[in-house]
Write a protein that binds this ligand. Structure first.
Ligand code: 5GP
Length: 145
C-alpha cells in the first residue's frame, strides 16, 4: 500500500481496538492503547497506537492526536525499560509499504535490545506464545507511572 490512501477501518489494529480481534494489552488511557506485538522482534516488543484516529502514518496524523500518542510512547518506553532492564530501546515507526509498513493504522514500535542479541525479523517470524506475552505485559504494565 502506498504512503497515500484511505484508512481501512478493517485493518487489524482497528479490529483490535474494537475488540473484534484479541490482543495482549499493556496499557490504555483515553488517548492510546499499548499491546504486545504478536510477532515480536525482541522480548517485550510493544506497540502503541492512537485510539481515536484514522491516521495511517506519521504524515497524516492530526497534531492533537500525535501529542498524547508520542507522550504515551515515552511513558510505555519507560515502563518497558523498568520492567525488562534492556541495554537499549529502539523506537520505530514506518510510513508506507516501501518503508516496511505492514499495518496501516499509525503505530510506534518499542523494541528492547540487549547486547549480543540479534534483532528478529520485522513483521514476520514466529508467533509468540500468548502466555509469555501476557506475563511480559503484566511486568510492563506494573511499571507504568
Ligand atoms: P508495521 O510493519 O506496520 O510497522 O508493524 C506492524 C506490526 O504489527 C508488526 O510488528 C507485526 O508483527 C504486528 N502485528 C501484525 N498482526 C498483528 C496482530 O494480529 N496482533 C498483534 N498484536 N500484532 C500484530
Amino acid at each position: 500500500m502506498s504512503i497515500d490512501g484511505d484508512y481501512d477501518p478493517d485493518n487489524i489494529f482497528a479490529k483490535i481496538l474494537r475488540g473484534d480481534v484479541p490482543s495482549v494489552r499493556v496499557f490504555e488511557d483515553e488517548h492510546i492503547f499499548a499491546f504486545m506485538d504478536v510477532f515480536p522482534q525482541a522480548k517485550g516488543h510493544t506497540l502503541v497506537i492512537a485510539k481515536y484516529s484514522q491516521a495511517r502514518n506519521l504524515l497524516d496524523v492530526e497534531p492533537e492526536i500525535l501529542q498524547p500518542l508520542i507522550l504515551g510512547v515515552q511513558r510505555v518506553a519507560h515502563a518497558v525499560r523498568s520492567a525488562l532492564k534492556p541495554d537499549g530501546l529502539v523506537v520505530t515507526q514506518f510510513n508506507g509499504a516501501a518503508a516496511g509498513q505492514t499495518v496501516f493504522h499509525l503505530h510506534f514500535h518499542i523494541i528492547p535490545r540487549w547486547e549480543g542479541v540479534a534483532l528478529g525479523r520485522h513483521a514476520g517470524g514466529q508467533m509468540a506464545d500468548v502466555s509469555e506475552l501476557t506475563q511480559l505485559a503484566e511486568q510492563i504494565s506494573a511499571m507504568i507511572s
